[in-house]
Design a protein. Structure first.
Length: 94
């Protein structure tokens, strides 16, 4: 049997095999699709971790700003003798 006759006889089978190989191993094939899905899942996990870190850092920043504000107030009240509107300040010297 010649190659041409063999190709004519099995052309649909060969076409099916080539098509399946392309679907599995091609640029947008099954294997590439699986790799990209795994990469997406990894990046989503990493993004979630980063978002948690950002939330923690924002809370720490808020606390530090509050502490700074309290320390500033304490400094000005003790060294500059500043007061709130409803307070009286008495300075005692020796």
């Amino acid at each position: 049997m010649k190659i041409g006759e063999w190709l004519k006889k099995y052309k649909w089978g060969i076409a099916l095999v080539v098509f399946l190989l392309y679907i599995i191993f091609g640029e947008s094939g099954f294997i590439q699709h699986r790799k990209l899905n795994k990469e997406i899942q990894r990046l989503e996990r990493e993004n979630e971790e980063q978002m948690q870190i950002i939330t923690t850092l924002k809370e720490q920043n808020r606390q530090m700003q509050q502490e700074i504000s309290e320390n500033k107030e304490m400094y000005f009240r003790t060294h500059q003798f500043l007061k709130k509107d409803d307070e009286d300040v008495f300075r005692i010297e020796e």
